[in-house]
Design a binder for this molecule. Structure first.
Ligand code: PLP
Length: 405
């Protein structure tokens, strides 16, 4: 199999797998137990926190400073942030949540479930290249006492989109949120381990990430919280993690995640360069083999604003290509490529199997033929040039066969 679906999940790094297996074999480990084994397990969590903090530029050892909540992954961290962050106003009401139209379903649907219980949502548009419209954000956040319009209680914007790889201008977003004193949650699931990050300087109140996107185990993730940020829990019945996320901490998974993030950040320059070079080869090879393709988030044909240089093309993750093969159907291509031993995706992993049109490309107002024919490819540090060129050959073959013109 040529695995080009690394935005869905990545292969565990063998060095991380070794750490995980050795931890799992090391005997019982409940960090809440008061005996020696429990204390050893607690110490491993403390060491892991130190490792994660160093890799991500955050000091997790100061009372009242930033802290990390361990969760089961990105979906849980996002749900926790959406439902649990934001202070009620003087009348006890929780203000609106502002979110972009291209968030992952674990943000959008979590917010929609609160909306069905009366919470207001306000949507931030994106432009045709998939970058959020920061220019519209201040207005969406603002309240107006004369019209009883409440100010937003939370903003949630992802750091990089999982379908297009387009990197969002988080620093500018954080500035707008800071000026309005509204907490910002950043779903950094796709960018952590692929682009440098300094959590203490990001300007966010909360950040989501998950180990299986950076060659760690599936089933463990984090919600990072800036100092002083309060979080309402979703789970009850234990005192672990200061009551905010009760349940026995999975020590082996935490230790393995810490190793995964340490390796990802230590090797980031080399792995990003490797991925970018493969991704660029992939795109230029496809361009040379096929006409009528559109690389989403990149320069689009006939786009005056970009051609005239009025606005720079946004940066993309080094790993990601979202390509529309005009005239072909994405679902048929996905199946044909699968049969040929090439794994890619027609959207976010949670929606594979069904085929609703991409909410991300729809929000970018891409024409229907582009949406209908878009596939997502993601390389990793383990991908090789020997995989890229044959993959392009097969893709080109199937596109030509399946195109209906
Ligand atoms: N957020 C983004 C941007 C994602 O791409 C994903 C997974 O694809 C998630 C959240 C969910 O993460 P998890 O699979 O760990 O629940």
């Amino acid at each position: 199999m040529i695995y080009l679906d690394n935005n869905a999940t990545t292969a565990i790094d063998p060095r991380v797998a070794e750490v995980l297996v050795s931890e799992l074999r090391s005997g019982p480990a409940n960090p809440s137990s008061l005996h020696g084994l429990g204390r050893t397990a607690r110490a491993k969590i403390e060491t892991s926190l130190d490792t994660i903090g160093r890799a991500l530029g955050t000091r997790l050892d100061r009372p009242g400073g930033p802290r990390l909540i361990f969760t089961s992954g990105g979906t849980e961290s996002n749900n926790l942030a959406i439902s649990g962050i934001g202070e009620p106003d003087n009348d006890g009401r929780l203000g609106p949540i502002v979110l972009s139209r291209i968030e992952h379903p674990s943000v959008i649907v979590a917010a929609q479930s609160l909306a069905s219980a009366g919470r207001q949502l306000r949507w931030l548009d994106v432009d045709e290249l998939g970058e959020v419209r920061v220019d519209l954000l201040a207005d969406l956040i603002a309240g107006d006492p004369s019209s009883d319009r409440p100010a937003a209680a939370l903003v949630s914007i992802m750091s990089a989109n999982n379908e297009t790889g387009v990197i969002q201008p988080i620093e500018r977003i954080a500035e707008v949120c800071r000026a309005a004193r509204v907490p910002l949650h950043v779903d950094a699931t796709q960018s952590i381990g692929k682009t440098p990050v300094d959590l203490d300087r990001l300007g966010a109140s909360a950040v989501t990430f998950t180990a299986h996107k950076f060659h760690g185990p599936t089933g463990i993730g984090c919600l990072w919280l800036a100092g002083g940020v309060k979080l309402r829990p979703m789970l009850f019945g234990g005192q672990q993690q200061l009551d905010t996320r009760p349940g026995t901490e999975p020590v082996a998974m935490i230790v393995a995640m810490a190793e995964a993030i340490r390796l990802a950040c230590a090797e980031l320059d080399d792995s990003a360069q490797h991925m970018r070079s493969l991704r660029d080869q992939f795109e230029s090879e496809l361009r040379s083999l096929l006409d009528q393709i559109v690389i989403q988030g990149s320069i689009l044909r006939g786009q005056a604003s970009v051609a005239e240089g009025r606005r720079p093309v946004p940066a993309r993750l080094p790993s990601t290509s979202c390509v529309s093969f005009i005239g072909a159907d994405r679902q048929s291509m996905l199946m044909a490529l699968d049969m040929a031993g090439i794994a890619c995706s027609s959207g976010s992993a949670c929606s594979s199997g069904s085929s609703p049109p991409s909410h991300v490309l729809t929000a970018m107002q891409r024409p229907e033929p582009e949406i209908r024919s878009a596939l997502r490819f993601g390389v990793s540090k383990f991908s090789t040039v020997e995989e890229i060129l044959p993959a392009c050959e097969s893709i080109s073959l199937f596109v030509k066969r399946l195109r209906q013109f």
